[in-house]
Design a protein around this ligand. Structure first.
Ligand code: BGC
Length: 624
């Protein structure tokens, strides 16, 4: 039966536009810019299967999907969301089934959904299910005697009804050949710590092999559902350090292993495969509300005065704390839904329909089982699960799932990428890309990354230059150059283009030296060095050099040399040992950073004085 499935259901397929959400969006000022985007259909209660007066049921959606498909490959996205004891660590989305009602979950919720999906009328659709948001992650961090545990999560862990419910849903829905199941895997700001990641993978595997299910019923995992974690933090990486202090030690990152959803999703996929899930599993990332654009978006890295100023000044995620989840103030629409946007990622998706509330900001009587969670109250000062920070929620929000016009308007305003018009008549060029850096260097290739540029009508892409000649273009903020010569210095720059066709100035140039070719035999210890000017005030400048072990053996020492074109004089240097004789500079490793595993990096920095021109020198790196 798996033969009917393709590896990535989104590849080459249209995706269902939910007419109900689309109508809400289109009715908002400016909403027509996104009303045609696909969003998921949430089956969040038994009654949602039938629908009711004024509300489409499951079959109505599937019928509409068949019509929209018009014979094309076509995805319809469903959220399976009605576990017993639902939303055990919060109150805003508590559901209709009590903690012990697993029997009703199976017979009144999953079984009728499975029956509808198996209808031959829908056999031509690719039905993507995201399975039970937040449930298994809650058992990892919010149950079992931890400081963040809640009584309801303790109950759900002890009675096994989340694990067995998810297993049953996977088995029943996965028996339909054109169904693709993606299990919820939290987000980096929840499960990205070493102590949480593997236990999460193990628990998902346990669920996937319970209640008659096998891992063959799992096509992948979905991260960041209904959350706000940034897809990519453009201005720092987990490997950066400031004055010898790692980004991991900043207050914001707090020893997490990941700084954003893309790196987390790709790592999660690898760990899941290692734990026994199919090698073909793919990730979905909910980018509906993680755009973080608008005027508060940092244009570049924060000041390198401390690791906290560097991270806090550069991070695009403006939340008080990454555990905040309810109607976050300052958020914007994220990447538009897209198929196969990155390796290992099946799609960027909008699972949480933008404009639908995460929860009410004050108590509202209702018949949906929903409670009042103070994380949705903007005056709340937090609890152990968000580090006792302010909630960051917008005021005056309605019940979870209900339309929240003010939030939708804010998401439009802060969209990133921005919502470009056609750009007709626009003559404003984008800002030049910043923070151009190399992320990998070999003897024949260089991988580049840079911070996104900004523009009034939206940046649509980047042109990459080598030695002053354009060598390629990309819509992302990274580029891999290949076919290069070993032990050779190349100078790169990047410019941004906008929706109206305007181009920015070129970025500051980055000189990268490829490593020496492989020596063969017992492994070689090649290295490469990249040079970036972090500030230049005309009479002096600061620069950072990153040394990467590009060989296959560990280094014990390294040496970087270059010759200045002019009268540059290094005045102080940190994290290395300096010799300057005339124009010739030699920097050797410090006692503590000479040993680099293959792929490992070390950095040093310096300040220098000069007059006249200040072109980047060509660096040569030698490893011992
Ligand atoms: C609510 C659901 C709703 C979903 C999508 C959840 O927080 O609990 O009722 O369907 O969000 O907006």
């Amino acid at each position: 039966m798996d033969a009917a499935r393709v590896d990535n259901p989104y590849a080459g397929a249209g995706v269902y536009v939910n007419p109900e959400w689309s109508a809400h969006a289109a009715a908002e000022p400016g909403g027509s810019a996104v009303a045609g985007q696909p969003t998921a259909v949430w089956l969040d209660r038994i009654a949602a299967i039938q629908g009711g007066p004024g509300a489409m049921g499951l079959r109505a959606h599937l019928d509409a999907a068949v019509t929209q498909a018009a014979g094309r490959p076509f995805v319809v996205q469903l959220v399976i969301y009605d576990l017993p004891g639902r939303d055990c660590a919060a109150l805003a989305s508590n559901g209709e089934l009590g903690p012990t009602e697993l029997g009703r979950y199976k017979s009144e919720f999953i079984d009728p959904i499975a029956a509808a999906l198996a209808d031959p009328a829908y056999a031509g659709l690719r039905i993507v299910n995201t399975i039970e948001i937040d449930s298994l992650p809650n058992l990892v961090t919010n149950a079992g005697g931890t400081a963040t545990a809640t009584p309801q999560c303790d109950t759900m862990k002890a009675n096994g009804n989340y694990v067995n419910g998810v297993g049953y849903a996977l088995a029943k829905l996965g028996a339909v050949p054109n169904v693709y199941n993606y299990i919820d895997a939290g987000h980096h700001g929840w499960l990205g710590w070493d102590s949480n990641l593997d236990p999460s993978v193990q628990l998902l595997h346990q669920a996937a092999t319970s209640s008659g299910s096998t891992v063959a019923n799992v096509q992948g995992f979905v991260v960041n559902t209904a959350n706000y974690s940034a897809l990519k933090e453009p201005n720092f990486t987990i490997d950066d350090s400031v004055n010898g202090t790692s980004v991991r030690q900043s207050k914001w990152v707090d020893w997490n292993r990941y700084v954003d959803e893309l790196s987390y999703a790709q790592a999660f996929r690898q760990r899941a495969v290692a734990a026994g899930f199919d090698a073909g599993v793919g990730m979905l990332i909910d980018t509906s509300r993680n755009g973080w654009g608008g005027s508060a978006r940092p244009a570049g890295p924060g000041a390198r005065t401390s690791v906290d100023s560097y991270v806090d000044g550069g991070r695009i995620d403006r939340r008080f704390q990454s555990g905040n989840w309810c109607n976050q103030s300052g958020a914007g629409l994220g990447e538009r839904p897209a198929a196969a946007p990155q390796p290992g990622v099946d799609a960027y998706v909008w699972v949480k329909p933008p404009g639908e509330s995460d929860g009410a900001s004050s108590q509202i009587a209702n018949d949906e089982g929903k409670g009042f969670d103070r994380m949705c109250d903007p005056t709340y000062t937090g609890n152990a699960r968000n580090g006792n920070q302010m909630s960051g929620a917008l005021p005056n929000s309605p019940l979870a799932g209900h339309w929240f016009s003010a939030q939708f308007q804010e998401l439009l305003r802060n969209a990133y990428p921005p919502l470009g018009g056609s750009g007709g008549g626009d003559t404003t060029a984008p800002t030049a890309p910043t923070a151009l850096r190399s992320t990998a260097v070999t003897s024949s290739g260089v991988s580049l990354a840079w911070a996104a540029a900004t523009d009034n009508v939206g940046v649509t892409g980047y042109d990459v230059y080598r030695g002053g000649v354009q060598i390629g273009s990309t819509t992302g903020t990274s580029y891999a150059d290949s076919g290069l010569t070993a032990s050779t210095a190349y100078s790169y720059a990047v410019r941004a283009r906008d929706a109206a066709g305007n181009a920015s100035a070129l970025s500051t140039a980055l000189v990268v030296s490829t490593s020496a070719g492989s020596g063969g035999g017992g492994g070689n210890a090649g290295c490469a060095a990249t040079y970036t000017v972090s500030s230049d005030w005309g009479a002096g400048f600061n620069a950072d050099v990153t040394v990467t072990n590009t060989g296959s053996a560990a280094t014990t020492s390294w040496k970087v040399t270059w010759t200045w074109a002019g009268n540059q004089q290094v005045t102080n240097l940190w994290n290395g040992g300096l010799t300057q004789a005339g124009r010739a500079v030699t920097v050797v490793n410090a006692g503590y950073n000479g040993a680099l595993a293959p792929g490992g990096t070390a950095g040093f920095g310096f300040g220098a004085s000069y007059s006249g021109a200040n072109p980047a020198p060509t660096l040569t790196c030698t490893a011992g």
